[in-house]
Design a protein around this ligand. Structure first.
Ligand SMILES: [Zn+2]
Length: 411
C-alpha cells in the first residue's frame, strides 16, 4: 500500500492543474482535464468499470457494494484536482526526503525557501517519515492531490480485498475548488450518494465538521468629479472616500489579527477614479449572526464616512458565498462520529477541527449532500513550502478503508 499511494501522488503532482478565477468557463482551465483523463485511466485499470470524465471535467467512478446487506448508505468520497492560483503549479518537481531526521528542510530549486521547524512544528511528529516537498519554485499540490491519491489507493485496496465488506462508494474528483466553483456542476442524481467526505484537510488524525460562513460585500461609491482647479468646496473624490472607509476598519478584525473562532472583515479589492470607486470585501465568521454583525458594522462605517460627502452616494451589496457546514452535519451526527471512529481504528488519536475557510464540502452540505472533511496529510498549502508525509497519506488510505467497513458493519 505504501508505494502505491506515494507513487500515485508523485504522478499526479507533475500535472499542472492550476485553476483560474478570471476564466468564465468550467473547468476554468482546460489542463485540469489532463489529470482527469489520467485518473479515469487508473480507475479503469484497478477495475472501476464506470469511471469517466464528464464535460465539466469531473471524474466519477463507483466502488460497487460487495455486501449482502441492502441498507448500507451510499458514501461519496471527494477530492479536488485543481491547485490554487496563489502560486505557480507549472513544472512541479517533487522531492522526497526519505526517513526525515528532524531539522529544517531547505528546498533545492530555490535555497531561500526553507521549511522551518519553528514555523511548522508538525515536522517534529514526522521524524522517520518520508516527506514529499516541491523544489521550492512551485507549490507541491498536496492540496488536494494527496486526497486524490489516497482515494484511488483506498479503492484499489478495497477491490483487492473482497473479504472487506462495504456498501457502494461513489468517487468524485472536482475541478475549480480553489476558486469556489468546485461543485457548481455536480450531477447529484448521477452521484446518487447519501452523504460524503472530502479528503482535503491537513494534519493526520483531523476531522473537520465546521467551516466558516462566508459572504462577499461590494461597496460602490459615486463621488462628485470636477476640474481640480475649480474644485474648492465642490469636489468629493471617490478615491478619498474609499480610503477613509478602509482606514476606519477595526484593526482587530482582520485575517492577520484573528485566529481560532474569530471572524474578520477583509478588503480584497479596490478600484477607483475621482468620480467612482469600488471596494470588495470578504466577511468570515463561524456564526451567521457574526456575519450579520460584521456587515452591519461595515455599513455603519460607510454611512458615517459618507455623511461628510453630501453630494456623493453609495450602494452596499452583500452576496452569500457559503455557510458553515456544521448546521447540516449536526442533523446527521453519525457522519462525523463514524469518521472519528475510523481515524481511531486507523491508529490515530482523532482531533476535531474547524476550517478557517471553506471546502467543496461546505457547499455540498447545503446542496443536499452532508459532507465532513477528513485530513489528507498536507501542510503549508498554497505555498512553495507545501509538504506531505507518505506515512500520513497511508494513514488516510487506512481511514477511508475503516470508514467503508464501519458503515457496512453498523448498517
Ligand atoms: Zn484543498
Amino acid at each position: 500500500m505504501a508505494a502505491s499511494v506515494t507513487d500515485r501522488f508523485l504522478r499526479y503532482v507533475v500535472i499542472d492543474t492550476q485553476s483560474d478565477a478570471a476564466s468564465p468557463i468550467q473547468p476554468s482551465t482546460e489542463k485540469q482535464k489532463n489529470l482527469g483523463r489520467l485518473l479515469v485511466e487508473e480507475l479503469l485499470e484497478i477495475g472501476l468499470t464506470d469511471a469517466h470524465l464528464d464535460e465539466h471535467g469531473y471524474v466519477y467512478a463507483t466502488i460497487p457494494s460487495n455486501t449482502h446487506k441492502n441498507n448500507v448508505p451510499v458514501i461519496c468520497i471527494c477530492a479536488h484536482m485543481d491547485t490554487a492560483p496563489d502560486f505557480s503549479g507549472t513544472n512541479v518537481k517533487p522531492q522526497l526526503v526519505r526517513n526525515y531526521q528532524g531539522g529544517d528542510i531547505r528546498l533545492p530549486g530555490d535555497t531561500s525557501q526553507v521549511i522551518r521547524v519553528a514555523e511548522h512544528p508538525v515536522l517534529k511528529d514526522l521524524i522517520g517519515h518520508d516527506i514529499v516537498t516541491s523544489d521550492g519554485t512551485t507549490l507541491l499540490g498536496a492540496d488536494d492531490k494527496a486526497g486524490i491519491a489516497e482515494i484511488v489507493a483506498a479503492a484499489e485496496f478495497l477491490l483487492n480485498n473482497p473479504d472487506i465488506k462495504h456498501g457502494a462508494i461513489r468517487i468524485l474528483f472536482t475541478t475549480d475548488e480553489e476558486i469556489g466553483r468546485g461543485v457548481d456542476k455536480v450531477d447529484f442524481k448521477k452521484l446518487g450518494a447519501d452523504f460524503g467526505y472530502t479528503m482535503d484537510g491537513e494534519t493526520a488524525g483531523t476531522i473537520e465538521d465546521e467551516s466558516f460562513s462566508a459572504d462577499g460585500v461590494e461597496i460602490a461609491i459615486k463621488g462628485v468629479a470636477i476640474h481640480p482647479g475649480f474644485a474648492y468646496g465642490k469636489m468629493e473624490n471617490a478615491i478619498r472616500i474609499a480610503g477613509e472607509i478602509i482606514a476606519r476598519l477595526p484593526k482587530n478584525m482582520a485575517p492577520e489579527t484573528t485566529k481560532d473562532r474569530d471572524g474578520f472583515i477583509h478588503p480584497t479589492g479596490v478600484t477607483g477614479v475621482m468620480e467612482k470607486a469600488k471596494l470588495s470585501f470578504i466577511i468570515r465568521d463561524f456564526k451567521e449572526e457574526g456575519l450579520k454583525t460584521k456587515e452591519a458594522l461595515l455599513e455603519k462605517i460607510t454611512r458615517e464616512v459618507m455623511e461628510a460627502y453630501p453630494g456623493s452616494s453609495y450602494t452596499f451589496t452583500v452576496k452569500e458565498q457559503y455557510r458553515n457546514m456544521k448546521v447540516v452535519l449536526d442533523r446527521h451526527p453519525e457522519i462525523v462520529d463514524y469518521a472519528v471512529e475510523a481515524i481511531r481504528r486507523a491508529g490515530m488519536e482523532p482531533v476535531r477541527g474547524s476550517i478557517r475557510g471553506g471546502t467543496d464540502g461546505s457547499r455540498l452540505s447545503f446542496m443536499g449532500l452532508p459532507c465532513a472533511n477528513i485530513f489528507a496529510g498536507g501542510h503549508a498549502f498554497h505555498s512553495p513550502l507545501e509538504f506531505v508525509s507518505s506515512q500520513d497519506m497511508e494513514k488516510a488510505v487506512k481511514t477511508i478503508v475503516e470508514l467503508a467497513k464501519l458503515w457496512e458493519e453498523r448498517a
